[in-house]
Write a protein of this length. Structure first.
Length: 614
């Protein structure tokens, strides 16, 4: 609760800043017509229509008016944007690379990608006439989404804690239950429960009042037993087994109930206490890592020679380096430009990556041995995976068969089991972040990993568009269940050669994702069991995803698609891999693409973002 209160303070402060910034709009909606037009436009938008009605109402209330004259540029392709607009009057033209795409009139939403994350505009929008717009920025939108989510979660938790049936459950279990509860609405006079019917559902009243009645044996007329209001509950016996309802429960006026069914309850209760920060390392391994740390702590940057480039990214490069006095010892050196990191405000992200990788001692996760820094760069000395990227082999082969996909999916499951047990969410799964060691074991590299703790959520928008889970897109807050969604997407891509959700631009991809995995037609080459596992991993509701239920990853390991798979052999490294990239020596880079030399010399950083020993 202390965590919730602190977050709420931050949210309120953000809203106060926003209000102070626009003091000249004390009441932006003088005309109900404007409010109604914006509301209807949002409901007509492929992305924003997926938000909850209460969230939409708050967004409408926080929008402010903007006017543009004829032939004015509202959005310029390539610029960084943070505003989404709803047009009330006028007409605009949309172009991309100077080619006309369309014209838009009143009642249209545009620029919505900018409220999800910091991105460049993908098209230009110019006015054809004088236009009147309504706008909201990313910070205000995300504050609304986080605040409404936290308030709802706190309310649900309070309800659950008041129910005797749940009094002995742990905080983690109650968190799970609060996420699986669904709002159900009933009209005046509607039967919520009917006497004599079989039931499997438990109800908590969150709004309104109900009458509990029972049929009189003599007259067969309903007799009022009692009234129930907000916070009261009924039907709890249905969670334990088949229940014959002994009374009627009838809505009085409009009623909203929070509902949990028996299947959801059974999937969550029991086994959750097994998810703990258990150690994976015995005394022998601990001694090994201590000796390893002592060796690497004595090394300096000048002790290495650069052999070749393994990869290039936005923040820098990855070089294969060799110890000068030991030719057989090679490593991957990630070289990051400090100025670029500071300019893009990624200091905390890089620090998090360092701390998580340093503590990760798992055979399915790339090791980080040591870090260095100078005036221009940060250096991360990592394990060299010379077998190349999984994506390279997939690109060359087109797709994998069941056996191959099963092996590499199993490697990722083992990596997730290790990270999730430590309260770490991965969030960057894709073929490009998975590499082979010289011994042909697949390992995951790091991009957006974050330690969030057990049954906790984070609201940062990140990930590759095709792999992003629905709750991330909708700013609902996400946890480790987002990793199981991405595991299903990876399975589909390995089996077919492309991910199931794609679009011409990120926003179109997100809209396809929000339609759900059931809207995807699986190719015939995907077997029935594989398709079943993918669909169970890619459930819209995070609580329903395989891997996120009471048995954790065991539910994935015991799925029919993995029947007969040698999990013990995978962990011990005795299972023969289906693909064996050729690695002839510790300096063989033939499994990587060629990259040009880096001629971009960054300016030195003033160390304002790096005032500690990286």
């Amino acid at each position: 609760m202390k965590y919730f209160i602190e977050l709420m303070k931050n949210c309120v402060e953000t809203v106060l800043v926003f209000t102070a910034f626009f003091p000249f709009f004390p009441c932006p909606f003088e005309l109900p017509r404007s409010k109604e037009l914006i509301h209807d436009a949002i409901l007509d938008n492929d992305f924003m229509k997926n938000l909850e009605l209460s969230q939409i109402q708050e967004i409408v209330d926080c929008m402010y008016p903007v006017d543009y004259g004829e032939d004015a540029c509202i959005i310029k392709e390539g610029d960084v944007g943070s505003l989404v607009y709803v047009m009330e009057e006028g007409k605009v033209e949309v172009t991309k690379e100077e080619m006309k795409l369309c014209t838009m009139g009143p009642g249209r939403v545009f620029g919505e990608l900018a409220i999800l994350y910091n991105c460049t505009r993908t098209a230009t929008v110019r006015t054809l006439t004088h236009v009147k717009l309504w706008a909201i920025d990313r910070q205000c939108f995300q504050t609304i989404m986080m605040r409404t989510g936290l308030i709802k979660h706190a309310e649900y938790m309070d309800f659950l804690k008041s129910v005797p049936t749940f009094k002995n459950l742990t905080e983690e279990t109650l968190n799970k239950l609060s996420d699986v509860m669904e709002e159900t609405h009933y009209d005046d006079g509607e039967f919520i429960i009917r006497q004599g019917a079989m039931g499997d559902t438990f109800f908590i009243i969150s709004k309104g009042m109900v009458n509990v009645t029972q049929e009189d044996p003599a007259s067969h007329e309903p007799v009022l037993l009692r009234e129930m209001t907000r916070g009261d509950w009924f039907g709890e016996r249905a969670l334990q087994g088949e229940d014959v309802r002994t009374a009627n429960v009838v809505a009085v006026d409009s009623v909203t109930c929070l509902v949990i069914d028996r299947d959801s309850f059974k999937h969550l209760i029991g086994g959750l206490e097994d998810v703990s920060n258990k150690g994976y390392e015995d005394a022998e391994l601990k001694a090994k890592y201590e000796a390893e740390n002592a060796f690497f702590s004595s090394l300096k940057l000048t002790d290495f020679n650069i052999i070749d480039t393994l990869g290039v990214g936005g923040f820098g490069r990855v070089e294969l380096v060799q110890l000068k006095n030991e030719d057989a010892k090679t490593f991957a050196m990630k070289i990051l430009k400090k100025r670029h990191i500071v300019d893009t405000r990624q200091q905390e992200h890089i620090r998090s990556e360092k701390h998580i990788m340093t503590d990760a001692h798992c055979d399915f996760i790339v090791r980080l041995y040591r870090t260095f820094k100078d005036s221009k760069y940060l250096y991360m000395l990592m394990e060299a995976c010379l077998g190349g990227e999984l994506w390279t082999i997939l690109r060359d082969r087109g797709s994998f068969d069941d056996s191959t996909t099963r092996f590499y999916t199993g490697c990722v499951v083992e990596a997730f089991a290790y990270l999730h047990a430590k309260g770490i969410i991965y969030r960057d799964l894709k073929p490009e972040t998975s590499s082979w060691t010289a011994y042909h074991k697949l390992k995951v590299d790091f991009g957006f990993a974050k330690k969030i703790g057990y049954c906790k959520k984070t609201w940062t928008f990140c990930g590759t568009p095709e792999y992003v889970a629905p709750e991330i897109i909708l700013n609902k807050g996400h946890d480790v269940s987002a990793d199981y969604w991405s595991l299903g997407i990876l399975m589909y891509e390995l089996l077919t050669g492309s991910p199931p959700f794609t679009g011409l631009d990120p926003m179109k991809t997100y809209n396809v994702i929000l339609r759900g995995i059931d809207m995807i037609e699986f190719p015939k080459k995907v077997t029935k069991n594989a398709a079943n596992l993918i669909k169970k991993l890619c459930r819209d509701n995070p609580i329903e995803r395989l891997g996120n239920l009471k048995n954790g990853v065991k539910d994935i390991q015991k799925h029919k698609w993995f029947e007969g798979f040698n999990w013990e052999g995978l962990k011990k490294g005795t299972l023969t891999p289906p693909i064996s990239p050729n690695v002839s020596s510790a300096t063989d880079t033939s499994n990587f693409d060629s990259f040009p030399e880096d001629t971009d010399e960054p300016p030195p950083d003033d160390n304002s973002g790096w005032d500690y020993d990286f």
